[in-house]
Design a protein around this ligand. Structure first.
Ligand SMILES: *[C@@H]1O[C@H](CO)[C@@H](O)[C@H](O)[C@H]1NC(C)=O
Ligand SMILES: *[C@@H]1O[C@H](CO)[C@@H](O)[C@H](O)[C@H]1NC(C)=O
Length: 433
């Protein structure tokens, strides 16, 4: 009896404290100016993230045992954020999201899957895409540790694909209307993860953040900007030689008024990975403009970017698609890469502001003027639902891509490469019979 009363009393106290907001595993992040802050403590937040996708087309946030194993090791590494690419909006994510919240880990999720992403070679924006984006957003927006969503990942990879930028802006506008209608109890932010393409880089960065014809209050503009950066490749690289100074220059030239960070980061052409770029990312040359980085990637697979390994499958004949990498189980740190990153992250101490003491002065960027390298009309109305590419001002650009080296991840096979692969499989299959 006495025991029972004690338990009930404790439970009621916990419920009361929870309803008063006193028991909060993790506080939502908030954006002010070009920085992230913890909404409860007011401390500035820098992203120390990893890309978390164990298998292509499979949601990594549904298996609570796996999430628990990974979250514990991520915490040891110093991770405070994960980026997840492919999820299943019909699945239940409560357990995994709580496990990551308890480990102090925030989440950025991609809205597009392989079928729904905007395609630069044939851009359009449809109700099917919007419905799918909205369902993914609704599946995660309620969790306190969800910070925001990617409206697209590396959609534009070449000048000739620039017209897709109109459709990305249209997607931002419609998904922001959806967020407003849903009235979530903490801010939900929308960003774009850009390819590090020399031809389109500053234009995409600024066009997606500017205000478009017929809109106000960032209703069609992104709230944060990401670059997938693979430029710091040599052990002797510096802020200048790596190209990080140039990427920083694009933000300072625009006096960029929203947070930016590396939505993927790393280069592995000179193993082992030293992660010395983190001294720049979290150092005085970059912290005025950047809020950290998401290191690519958690699992070690054929692209060799991984920080942990689950080993190889024991019986290759059971391997999915011939892929020999185990995608679950106990994660084992890749040596010495894992401990290199852990040591570097533990040793950086970026300058830190507080929410109340910070008064942003930058204002929203202008839409970039149309120039020969960027044939996008800054004052054109962005498409509405159902529009297709030919309804927008044409691009005359045919320049080839000059994107810097990027991983060729099994997790991130682009939709544009599927038809060819599928055709090859079918052809091979048919020739066998
Ligand atoms: C910052 O930039 C200066 C000038 O390029 C350079 O000398 C210095 O090493 C850089 N600091 C870091 C931490 O990258
Ligand atoms: C990571 O994967 C690559 C590619 O298969 C492999 O060569 C390397 O040995 C792996 N590293 C570890 C530590 O598992």
């Amino acid at each position: 009896m006495i025991n029972m009363r004690g338990k009930l009393g404790g439970l009621m106290a916990a419920m009361l404290m929870s309803s008063m907001g006193l028991v909060e595993a993790i506080a939502p992040l908030t954006i002010k100016g070009n920085k992230f802050f913890d909404s409860q403590t007011g401390a500035q937040f820098y992203i120390k993230g990893v890309a978390y996708q164990l298998r292509a087309r499979t949601d990594p946030l549904v298996d609570k045992d796996q999430c628990a194993l990974d979250a514990a090791l991520m915490k040891e590494l110093g991770v405070n954020t994960i980026r997840v690419y492919q999820t299943d909006y019909s699945a239940n994510h409560d357990d995994c999201m709580k496990i990551f919240a308890d480990a102090g880990i925030y989440l950025f999720v991609d809205l597009a899957n392989y079928e729904t992403g905007i395609n630069e070679d044939n851009p359009y924006w449809s109700q099917d895409q919007l419905s799918s984006f909205a369902a993914t957003l609704d599946a995660f927006a309620g969790y306190e540790n969800t910070v925001g969503f990617w409206i697209g990942n590396e959609v534009i990879t070449k000048s000739a694909g620039e017209r897709a930028v109109y459709f990305i802006a249209a997607a931002v506008a419609d998904i922001k209307t959806h967020i407003k209608n849903k009235n979530y109890d903490h801010p939900i932010y929308i960003g774009y993860a850009s390819t590090d393409n020399a031809d389109t880089r500053p234009y995409v960065q600024n066009y997606l953040a500017c205000n478009h014809e017929g809109f106000t209050d960032r209703d069609s503009s992104i709230d944060f900007y990401g670059v997938n950066a693979y430029e710091w490749c040599n052990p002797t690289d510096t802020f200048e030689t790596s190209g990080y100074s140039r990427l920083t220059g694009y933000l300072s030239a625009a006096q960029y008024d929203i947070p930016a960070f590396f939505s993927e980061d790393g280069c592995n052409t000179s193993p082992p990975r030293l992660f010395e770029d983190m001294f720049s990312v979290f150092g005085p040359n970059m912290t005025d403009w950047w809020s950290g980085a998401i290191v690519y990637e958690w699992i070690n697979e054929s692209n060799k970017y991984g920080l942990v390994s689950y080993g190889m499958v024991k019986d290759p004949s059971t391997a999915v698609g011939g892929d020999p990498y185990e995608r679950s189980g106990t994660p084992t740190p890749v040596t010495p890469d894992f401990s290199n990153l852990k040591t570097v992250w533990a040793s950086v101490s970026p300058t830190s502001l507080t929410l109340s003491a910070y008064t942003p002065t930058n204002t929203q960027v202008d839409c970039p003027a149309s120039v020969s390298a960027w044939n996008i009309d800054p004052s054109a109305s962005i498409p509405t639902l159902g529009d297709i590419a030919t309804s927008m001002p044409a691009s005359t650009n045919t320049a080839a891509s000059t994107t810097t080296s990027k991983p060729n991840s099994a997790s991130l096979v682009k939709i544009s490469s599927w038809p060819v692969a599928v055709v090859m499989i079918i052809t091979t299959f048919m020739s066998m019979y």
